[in-house]
Design a protein around this ligand. Structure first.
Ligand code: SF4
Ligand code: SF4
Length: 391
């Protein structure tokens, strides 16, 4: 039998992916999981041990298939390479060529054998006793239970799988919920690796699977409590810091330099989009680092505020998307605070946190002549703006 590494190298070359491209890609994967780019050769070696890869079962529930589409658009290496040689996806309703009884049989066999990575896309549809979603004559909830029981690791991709996402927005008649919440409710004691955003970033999916293959265990996690009481676990390297923490416009935030209107001089100057509804301060993803579309750009870089698609209950909490929230999450010490209020209480412990966020600097008039927060605060009072944000 030919060496697995030679087989992968040949396969990549046949698809026009050079060794250099492949190593570059492995460098991206390394960064995505919080390793130095110099870890690229180790990641390449792990991927080249293709014969050792675990099977992946990709199930879709209440979704728009956007996460599958997002991964299918990953083109470096192309999706065929990912499917056939890297992720070893044994079953995916959307991506696989087979269909019908033979496809279902392949899934059943993989599940029966166990030892696979379960990737779950879409919300779990619990409504009408589980009849809200029926796949191949089986309730979607039963399918998840069976697949989760035997899985070695469970990865929820996209915000819908994490906590119901847009599918669960009020009034949620189909009882859409997230994978972890559902597994808890039926007594399956397994920790789900959550990869939110709408859709999921393909680099995170590959990175987490590769890291699992490298370490043989889930990555280091950070936990956050959902409003429904479920404790959700997220890979720390990806979801440990807020969008705001790594945003290239952060300097403008610190200086109190905000865009108040699209088409304005401030927008042309690339000022901070907080007043245009940016949810970066309360959204925990590394989008500014990993970016999107072959690392071409990401939301704020392309001129749009972060709408917080990686946060919990993101549609209900964050809409209307282009409206500024009346308060922002300032960490455990301060909680949710109103920017104007925050600026007025600079002092002691609070000062340290506020200087980090730049509001104290703005309030003290030390830098910039950005729009006064009192004006924004009065506007919030008048329209009864929402409060919110992940903690
Ligand atoms: S509020 Fe948004 S645009 Fe402004 S610095 Fe934070 S993440 Fe960037
Ligand atoms: S920057 Fe915000 S809106 Fe854009 S993908 Fe990331 S979490 Fe979602």
């Amino acid at each position: 039998m030919r060496e697995a590494s030679t087989r992968l190298a040949d396969s990549l070359l046949a698809r026009g992916v050079t060794r250099r491209d492949f190593l570059k890609y492995c460098g991206s994967v390394a960064v995505a999981v919080g390793l130095a780019e110099t870890a690229a050769p180790q990641i390449a070696a792990a991927l080249e041990s293709a014969s050792a890869l675990k099977p992946v079962v990709w199930l879709e529930a209440g979704s728009c298939s956007g996460c599958t589409e997002s991964v299918a658009q990953a083109d470096s290496p192309d999706i065929a390479t990912i499917v056939l040689d890297i992720l070893s996806i044994n079953y995916s309703e959307t991506l696989m060529a087979g269909a019908g009884y033979s496809a279902e049989a392949a899934k059943e066999e993989t599940i029966k054998a166990g030892g696979y990575i379960l990737i779950y896309e879409g919300a779990v549809m619990t409504g009408w006793g589980g009849d809200a979603l029926v796949i191949a004559g089986k309730k979607g909830t039963d399918e998840l239970k069976e697949a989760a029981e035997n899985a070695e690791a469970i990865v929820a991709v996209g915000s819908c799988a994490v906590d119901g996402g847009f599918v669960s927005q009020r009034p949620n008649p189909a009882g859409a919920t997230g994978v972890q919440a559902y597994l808890n409710s039926v007594g399956i004691d397994k920790t789900v690796i959550n990869l939110p955003t709408c859709p999921v970033n393909p680099e995170w999916v590959v990175a987490i699977v590769v890291e699992y293959l490298l370490l043989g265990k889930a990555p280091e996690m950070v936990e956050r409590k959902h409003s429904n009481g479920t404790v959700l676990s997220y890979p720390k390297a990806i979801f440990g810091q807020s969008v705001h923490d790594n945003c290239p416009r952060r300097g403008h935030f610190e200086n109190g330099e905000f865009v108040s209107q699209f088409g304005s001089k401030e927008e042309a100057l690339g000022y901070c989009l907080y007043k245009m509804g940016c949810k970066g301060p309360q959204t925990f993803t590394n989008c500014p680092i990993v970016r999107w579309n072959r690392r071409a750009s990401w939301c704020v870089e392309s001129g749009a505020p972060c709408i917080g698609c990686g946060s919990m209950d993101w549609v209900d909490n964050n809409s209307p998307f282009l409206s500024r929230m009346s308060d922002m999450w300032m960490g455990d010490a301060l909680g949710n605070v109103q920017p104007g209020t925050a600026a007025a209480v600079v002092g002691g412990v609070a000062a340290a946190a506020l200087v980090v966020h730049g509001l104290g600097m703005n309030a003290a008039g030390r830098v910039g002549d950005g729009p006064p927060m009192e004006t924004a605060k009065a506007y919030d009072r008048k329209r009864g703006a929402k409060k919110g944000g992940d903690k």
